[in-house]
Design a protein around this ligand. Structure first.
Ligand code: SF4
Ligand code: SF4
Ligand code: SF4
Length: 287
């Protein structure tokens, strides 16, 4: 199988995660998996015809749009790798400002900066081309990438993860009676209780499972890098209201106070931007 690995606007962390798969990566490479194009590994300028294209990053520049359309036209199967590609991800944080304001605030002082031609916003790739599989994560765990690629190579559909991170986290969810929320560095976390029951803003209940919940298991919060689960996939505009409801139910704090707390406390790290622009052709393709 001929494979191309393409990077659009991103931090290149998803391809790094693929390389971090260790011996499992060698297993994939020893199968029928021939990387014929990847600016990270190979000095080849022309985008070739391939069976499988793996694409990290989203669309922020005119060049990104041109490239993804060419890649799509020359690929039988296209996998969106990582939440920048699938949803917009952290690279769409810039969408909170208009392009004009963004350029004035961030670039007007740097006289020598020569920018590529930018689009008005950062977009996930599904806004421009059809996507065969979406593999969200920031970055996706190496084992998820390997499983997905091995399944595609062997012609089987990859296992889908449809539920939420809470199902993989072994912390006890108990209703609490708190009077405020906490930033993760403000107090020591109990090892067994749900982070939300302790007043921390963990997004596990609104985030797709599949990663194995490494963050809450390690005493940190889930910051939502796998994107919404099936039940919330088409409701991304309601995500904030959903978060407030969950926080209120598990902490005993009123929804109004939860909203105030989310804005009041600068130590509360709670957001992972899901682009409201993300369009999924079918939830059956989200892994
Ligand atoms: S999804 Fe995360 S790791 Fe992957 S390219 Fe985007 S910012 Fe980087
Ligand atoms: S909200 Fe977070 S800590 Fe609580 S059960 Fe879900 S994933 Fe675990
Ligand atoms: S626990 Fe949450 S933030 Fe951590 S890897 Fe899983 S989805 Fe991403």
């Amino acid at each position: 199988m001929k494979v191309s690995i393409v990077s659009l606007t991103c931090c290149a962390g998803c391809v790094s995660s693929f390389l971090n798969a260790g011996d499992a990566l060698l297993d994939v490479l020893s199968e029928d998996f021939d990387i014929v194009y990847s600016p990270t590994f190979i000095d080849l300028k022309e985008v070739p015809e391939v069976d499988l294209a793996i694409v990290e990053g989203g669309i922020r520049t005119e060049e990104d749009e041109k490239l993804i359309k060419e890649v799509r036209a020359k690929s039988r199967i296209l996998v969106a790798l990582g939440i920048c590609a699938t949803h917009g991800g952290i690279t769409s944080l810039g969408n909170v400002l208009s392009l004009k304001t963004l350029l004035e605030k961030e670039y007007s002082q740097i006289a020598s900066t020569k920018l590529p031609e930018l689009k008005d916003m950062m977009y996930p790739i599904s806004n421009f081309v059809d996507v065969d599989y979406y593999l969200p994560g920031c970055p996706p765990m190496p084992f998820l990438i390997i499983h997905t690629l091995k399944s595609i190579v062997s012609g089987k559909p990859p296992i889908r993860h449809q539920s939420v991170v809470c199902t993989e986290c072994h912390r006890k969810i108990v209703p609490a009676k708190l009077d405020r929320l906490y930033g993760i560095y403000e107090k020591e976390a109990d090892h067994e209780l749900c982070m939300v029951s302790q007043g921390f803003v963990c997004l596990g209940s609104m985030t797709r499972e599949g990663c194995g919940a490494p963050c809450p298991r390690a005493g940190f919060i889930c910051f939502g890098c796998r994107g919404p689960p099936d039940s919330l996939l088409y409701r991304s505009r309601d995500m904030y209201a959903f978060l407030v409801k969950v926080m209120s139910a598990r902490t005993g704090i009123s929804e109004e106070t939860v909203k105030e707390e989310l804005y009041r406390n600068p130590f509360i790290f709670h957001t992972f931007v899901f682009s409201k622009l993300a369009r999924f052709q079918a939830r059956e393709r989200v892994i």
